[in-house]
Design a protein around this ligand. Structure first.
Ligand code: GLN
Length: 286
């Protein structure tokens, strides 16, 4: 089988569950991972053939992909801010919206970098703290998560990508545990923000495969993480400190209100799709 035929074969099988573009992107990604060839190599070397071992791998990947398992978990890789992260079912797949949050923090940063301290709440794959540390080299970066397994993934990524992040295991919703953290100039988080009721509108690849604790919050307390972050920031933000969080696109007003009622000035920002997706909050100190 040639590389070209293999892509076509994977794409054809996947069109049962994905639209044509998505199926062909996945086909391309699988072949790139298996053969190490880039799209341009494949156009030039159309007749390059794949080995029997690779054919067998394709079959085993297809079995998993056809259960709606995301290609990122099947191949154990996801891209974020130009970096390749190891991912598995213990962590959320990094999203492009979150890259925009990271870019906002970097372009906004007025702190002297050699004295800057950052806390990320909810490490997941470690995509946020690792990307920030890569870009703001001298900053001290902390990141916490409740999940031991997620922290193993995040630490593995920090090691592979050659950065030092202070990962710590704690339940941020537990006041005593979060108060054990020091103070920071910047606090960032992409916390769980999807109310349980929204599950019915979600795609199977997310619902059946990504970790629920990283995604969902109770319907009657959807902003529980923002309340904890706002409360925490009052004690743990240094002078002129800033909070940046990703938010639920339909809860922009309510999330802003949480920060404002806790004594912050808050401002939302839209993502590339025009959805209200991020908040920046500055504490009002008189
Ligand atoms: N910070 C990680 C990410 O953005 C994990 C977020 C989460 O688990 N809610 O992907």
């Amino acid at each position: 089988m040639t590389i070209q035929e293999a892509i076509r074969y994977i794409t054809d099988r996947l069109t049962n569950i994905y639209d044509d573009d998505e199926a062909s992107n996945i086909g391309d990604w699988v072949i790139e991972n298996l053969t190490g060839t880039k799209r341009t190599d494949r156009i030039i070397n159309k007749a390059l053939s794949i080995t029997q071992e690779q054919v067998e791998k394709i079959e085993s990947y297809l079995t998993r992909l056809l259960t709606h398992e995301p290609v990122q978990y099947v191949l154990n890789e996801a891209w974020f801010c130009g970096l390749k992260f190891y991912v598995d079912k213990n962590v959320l797949i990094p999203r492009p919206e979150t890259e925009e949050l990271v870019e906002w923090i970097i372009s906004d940063c007025r702190f002297p970098i050699d004295k800057l301290s950052i806390l990320d709440i909810g490490s997941g794959s470690g995509c946020i703290p690792i990307s920030l540390k890569r870009r703001l080299g001298k900053a001290v970066v902390w990141s916490c998560d409740i999940s031991h397994e997620a922290l193993l993934v995040a630490k593995r990524n920090a090691a592979t990508l050659g950065v030092d992040v202070n990962f710590t295991e704690l339940d941020f919703l537990n006041k005593e545990q979060r108060d054990s953290l020091p103070s920071f100039d910047i606090i960032v988080s992409n916390p769980p923000y999807i109310p349980e009721t929204d599950k019915k509108e979600m795609r199977l690849n997310v619902l059946d495969h990504e970790p629920g604790t990283a995604l969902f919050v109770p319907d009657n307390d959807a902003l529980v993480f923002y309340k904890a972050i706002a409360e925490f920031g009052k004690k743990h933000l240094n002078k002129d400190g800033i909070i940046y969080t990703e938010i639920n696109e339909s809860l922009g007003k309510a999330t802003t209100a949480i920060f404002e009622s806790s004594g912050y000035s808050a401002q939302t920002k839209k993502d590339m799709q025009g959805k209200e997706r991020m908040i920046r909050a500055l504490i009002n100190r008189s």
